[in-house]
Design a protein around this ligand. Structure first.
Ligand code: NAP
Length: 243
């Protein structure tokens, strides 16, 4: 079914920032594909957004399970024939008290499976559909904790806020942003990393100062960039973050 409306896929969209990014893109008139690994949680999010007048649909994606990613790409191809926006939002943080010297390899691998390999699997599967869009936009939800420059800077506000597995996975995700944007230069597709800020969600915790509404602002900006907008950048509050 070809539609003039933009088609947006958001992974990990059943709650937190993913749900709010979905809501705000939906309010802009896009068809929203709620990527969720659990069918019931995905459907609950769809029901919430539909009640707000948003054209939302559930699509099962566990970003660590390639068959589910491939099935999702086939479904989008059959239903919509293209994809305009991909937000790689699904993410996890394990025990934040673990350090570079104490993080067990299995935890490190688990975090990378979702935050790094998962985003790459979904992007690679969706890229043929994004290439069919007139203005494909890929937004990788990263974190300022993945900034190597800030992590190494004694004057950085985050210098004492280190979670090795998470920070390393987001630094690696940022590398993917840089490499993919370079590869896709000369195409209409833009690829950027977004830090939402420290946001009150299950992952961010109750003490976080930001709301999901403010956290969604930079991802929405990057998902709707005009043709002369940036690609291959890293942004928080619409401002460049050092890599
Ligand atoms: P959240 O409320 O915990 O939401 C995380 C989402 O990711 C959930 O929908 C979760 O699904 C999903 N998810 C986890 N593993 C998945 C998998 N294997 N396949 C598919 N979905 C999966 O966290 P959030 O704060 O909204 O985080 C969203 C993104 O923002 C993450 O990438 C995070 O690193 C980033 N971020 C957050 C903050 C912050 O302060 N909150 C700051 C910087 C960056 P389930 O419900 O099924 O678990």
């Amino acid at each position: 079914m070809s539609t003039p409306k933009k088609i947006a896929l958001i992974t990990g969209a059943n709650k937190g920032l993913g749900l709010e990014i979905s809501r705000q893109l939906g309010k802009l008139g896009m068809v929203i594909l709620i990527g969720a690994r659990d069918k019931k949680r995905g459907q609950a999010a769809v029901d919430t957004l539909k009640a707000e007048g948003i054209d939302a649909h559930s699509i099962i994606i566990d970003v660590t399970h390639e068959p589910s990613v491939d099935r999702a790409a086939e479904f989008i191809d059959q239903e919509y024939e293209r994809l305009d926006v991909l937000v790689n939002n699904a993410g996890v943080m394990e025990n934040p008290s673990l350090t570079a010297s104490t993080t067990p390899h299995d935890i490190l691998r688990d975090v990378f499976e979702t935050n790094f390999f998962g985003a790459i699997s979904v992007t690679q599967a969706m890229l043929p559909l994004l290439r069919k869009s007139e203005a494909g936009r890929i937004v990788n939800i990263s974190s300022s904790l993945g900034s190597l420059t800030m992590a190494a800077d004694p004057a950085s506000p985050y210098v004492d806020n280190k979670v090795f597995d998470y920070d390393a996975s987001k630094a690696a995700l940022n590398s993917f942003t840089i490499h993919l944007a370079y590869e896709l230069r000369g195409t209409p597709i833009k690829v950027n990393s977004a830090c939402p800020g420290w946001i009150k969600t299950d992952l961010g915790g109750a003490n976080a100062p930001g709301t999901v509404e403010t956290g969604a602002d930079t991802p929405i900006w990057l998902a709707t960039l005009p043709a002369n907008g940036p690609s291959g950048g890293f942004f928080n509050s619409r401002q460049t973050v050092p890599w």
